[in-house]
Design a protein around this ligand. Structure first.
Ligand SMILES: [Zn+2]
Ligand SMILES: [Zn+2]
Length: 138
């Protein structure tokens, strides 16, 4: 498993550090979107700045993407394998559970609504969040 993680870091041209390996493992285990606060609770051995920098290096290199969320504290989800620093493909749907508060990426390909924009406007991304109850809470 560690080898696999190292390979992911290498593929994204990131130096291998303990913090990066631990954070990546956490995201892979968790499957839900995580916030900086979740990481701080889980990894007391790393300080906030280290965790913040780790998140940002993952964002920049296409390992994670930011999921907008009305509470103001950003959550992060793992990207598809296809993401790279120049080509982020994040037009997928997110699901937010109103009971437990977990946010998940629904990575299956689905057609996004085709929303017509006023003349002269150019879309660069779509954020679609469905809220309701997840399978655990329903
Ligand atoms: Zn739930
Ligand atoms: Zn996502």
């Amino acid at each position: 498993m560690q080898e696999n993680l190292k390979q992911i870091l290498k593929n994204h041209s990131l130096r291998i550090t303990d913090c990066r390996l631990d954070v990546m493992q956490y995201f892979l285990d968790e499957k839900n979107a995580l916030s900086q606060g979740d990481l701080e609770n889980r990894f007391t051995e790393y300080d906030r700045v280290t965790l913040y920098r780790t998140l940002n290096s993952f964002l920049d290199s296409g390992i994670l993407h930011k999921i907008p969320n009305e509470t103001g504290s950003a959550t992060y989800g793992l990207c598809h394998d296809t993401c790279s620093p120049d080509q982020h493909d994040h037009n997928h749907v997110h699901f937010k559970c109103n009971a437990c508060g977990q946010i998940q990426c629904l990575n299956e390909k689905q057609s996004m609504p085709n929303i017509s924009l006023p003349k002269g406007y150019q879309a660069e991304g779509v954020n679609l969040i469905i809220d309701g109850k997840c399978a655990n809470c329903a």
